[in-house]
Every structure is written in C-alpha cells, then in structure tokens.
Write a protein that binds this ligand. Structure first.
Ligand code: NAD
Length: 249
C-alpha cells in the first residue's frame, strides 16, 4: 500500500512547475489532491483546481474551505506558490519589495492560517514550504527574492516549533535552479536563450538543471507519514549547488 493512500493534500501554485509535479506525484502515490492557483484552468483529473490569489486573504480562505470540503479533510499542505525577482537593494522599488513579500511570504502565512484548523484534525499532518537555496546562499541580483526565501526558511523553523506538540510537522525544500516554466520565461527574455541555458547548466555542479519531478520527490519525502520524526528541517535539492565547490573550468 502506498504511503499516501487515504490522505488528502492541497498544493498552492500547483498548476505549473514544481507545484504541478508535486500534485501529480502525490496523486500517483495515492493521495487525493487539490490545487490552489491564480490560474487553475490547466488542472485536470484526478486533481481538482481552485482559483485563488495568495495575496488576497478572503480568496485564500474561500479556496481552502472549498478544497477541504471537496477532499473531506486535510492532511498535507504544500505551500509552494511564489514569484521571482531580479535586482539589488538599489534597483528594486518599495512597491516591488512589498509585492514579492506579499506573494512569497505572506501568501504562505495566509494559506497556513486557513489550513491549520483542518490539519489539527489529521493524524498525519504535514506542511512543506517551497523555499530556495537563495535563503542561505548569497546570489547576485537576488536581494529581494533571497530575503523572501530567508523569511520562508525562518518561518518554517518557527512554525515547526509552534505546532510540533499538535502533531503537525513543518519542513521546507531548498531547490537550486529547477527546469520549470519560470526558468523558461527567464531564458526567453535573454538575447540568446540557448547560450543562456548552456551558461546556466555549466554553473551547476551536476552540469544540468534540477527537474521539477526531483523537487516533487523531496517534497513527497517530507510530507510522507514515513517521515514522522522529521520537522523543522530544510532539504536541499540543488544538484550540489550549495554544498559542492565550483568545478574548475
Ligand atoms: P512556476 O512559475 O512554474 O509556477 C508557479 C505557480 O504559482 C504558477 O502556477 C502560478 O500561477 C502560481 N502563483 C504565482 N503567484 C500566485 C499567487 N499570487 N496566488 C496563487 N498562485 C500563484 O514556478 P516554479 O519554478 O514551479 O516555482 C514554484 C516555487 O518554487 C516558488 O515558490 C519558487 O520560489 C520556488 N523555487 C523555484 C526555483 C526554480 O528555479 N524554478 C528554484 C527555487 C525555488
């Protein structure tokens, strides 16, 4: 029997990239899965899609209520919706700082707040937040994005402490550069997308990007009841980007 048989999960940002790969994997492994996304139009069976903007508390609460009603309860929250941002402290405006924090940090807070009352009723409750190696590595042109992911990392630890005695585990994954539509958009904006992709791959210790399926597998590992003693941790899924020395050219 699969470790997710009989369990229910909600995946935010689950219409694309890492979120979609995670929703598909959890469903393949036996969970009943709902997706919350700005645009759930591409979400099809066996997943169910719910439209919500994580910057809008009322829409998050309505979508979580509808999703939990459809699922018949909630065991797992994958807090994954997020957006990127390039720039330094001199180039990003206050408006950009407020907006990216609103999506990447407060979005996870709002969703967790709406889900916690339901997770308390589960015997296998788990939250997995999608963080990033940007939380702990100094990356150029990523001041704003890195600060949001640093906040997600701290939030993960604090939430793990707050809810451990309620039997709710809270962990995060720290992906490196993952081959998702997000990276596709980044490359499409480059002068020479093929050269940009080759340069990106060459910077990876493994010589290739991480796949969304590989991040999904790490999220499933942390969400699984088999990981019942794992809480307050960050699991790197970065092809060695953070832990390994750069290879000589
Ligand atoms: P993606 O753009 O492919 O998917 C993101 C999904 O989130 C989309 O379906 C989008 O509609 C949804 N979303 C965005 N804003 C939303 C909002 N306000 N409300 C509801 N849904 C919203 O991106 P991805 O690469 O799969 O990224 C997913 C997560 O992984 C993000 O938190 C990102 O920070 C993190 N991450 C990505 C990478 C990478 O290299 N791709 C690396 C590290 C961490």
């Amino acid at each position: 029997m699969s470790d997710f048989e009989g369990l229910t999960a909600l995946v935010t940002g689950g219409a694309s990239g890492i979120g979609r790969a995670t929703a598909d994997l959890l469903a393949d492994r036996g969970a009943t899965v709902a997706v919350l996304d700005l645009d759930p139009s591409t979400v099809d069976k066996p997943l169910t899609g719910h439209r919500a903007d994580v910057t809008d508390d009322a829409s998050v609460r309505a979508a979580v209520t509808a999703a939990v009603h459809g699922l018949g309860g909630l065991d797992i929250l994958v807090n994954n919706a997020g957006i990127g941002a390039r720039g330094t402290v001199e180039t990003n405006s206050d408006e950009e700082w407020h907006h990216v924090f609103d999506v990447n940090v407060l979005g996870m807070v709002r969703t967790a707040r709406a889900c916690l009352p339901h997770l308390r009723a589960s015997a296998h409750a788990a939250i997995v937040n999608t963080c990033s190696i940007a939380a702990t590595a100094g990356l150029p042109q990523r001041a704003l994005y890195s600060a949001t992911k640093g906040a997600v990392y701290s939030l993960t630890l604090a939430m793990a402490a707050d809810h451990v005695r309620e039997g709710i585990r809270v962990n995060c994954v720290n992906p490196g550069t993952v081959d998702t539509p997000w990276i596709g958009r980044l490359l499409a904006a480059a002068d020479d997308p093929a050269a940009e992709r080759a340069a990106l791959e060459a910077r990876q210790p493994a010589g290739r990007l991480v796949s969304a399926a590989e991040v999904a597998a790490a999220i499933a590992h942390l969400a699984s009841p088999l990981s019942g003693a794992t809480t307050g941790t960050a699991l790197a899924v970065d092809g060695g980007m953070q832990g390994l020395r750069p290879r000589p050219a």
